[in-house]
Design a protein around this ligand. Structure first.
Ligand code: IDP
Ligand code: MG
Length: 155
């Protein structure tokens, strides 16, 4: 089972709506490990780098306006199959389509203001983590609860 790291952002709407604590609690309660965490202001340049695949799409100007409108909280999250596990917890892009129980499905109704970003593949996660975190902002430490979160052959 692959231990992975993934980039999660609590987007400006999550910060403004004061949902960061509740969203982070879900991640911690699942048993995932925080290995990086900071607040930052996304600039237009950073937005274009992060959302390179969307820069030429019609909705990009609105996405850029949204993601730069207030600070975000960036998280590096580690765990078994963390990329897929987090995508499943985040839910479908449009909050109106996202299943109840997911972050977007429980707290959102919007396609654009959907509260949370999660990397969509291990390759994307590596690229995105390098955009948001310097090497010395990511931490390796022994989680003392690990023996009680997953069996030995699952880690
Ligand atoms: P994802 O975040 O679920 O992977 P993507 O399709 O990669 O969704 O889109 C990136 C972000 O761009 C979305 O999370 C959302 O904030 C915004 N977005 C996606 N599609 C639209 C759209 O059609 N109109 C406006 N914003 C959109
Ligand atoms: Mg995406």
């Amino acid at each position: 089972m692959a231990t992975e790291r993934t980039l999660i952002l609590f987007k400006p709407d999550a910060v403004q709506r004061r949902l960061c604590g509740r969203l982070l609690t879900r991640i911690e309660e699942r048993g995932l490990k925080i290995v990086g965490l900071k607040m930052l202001q996304v600039t237009k340049e950073l937005s274009r780098e992060h959302y390179a695949e969307h820069v030429n799409k019609g909705f990009y100007p609105l996405l850029e306006e949204f993601i730069t409108a207030a600070p975000v909280v960036a998280l590096a999250i580690e765990g078994p199959e963390a990329v897929r596990v987090m995508r499943d917890m985040v839910g479908k892009t449009n909050g109106r389509d996202a299943a109840p129980g997911t972050m977007r499905g429980d707290f959102g109704l919007s396609r654009q203001m959907n509260l949370v970003h999660g990397s969509d593949s291990p390759e994307a996660a590596k690229r995105e983590l390098a955009i948001y975190f310097k090497a010395n902002e990511l931490f390796d430490y022994e989680p003392t609860l690990k023996d009680w979160v997953c069996a030995g052959d699952e880690r």
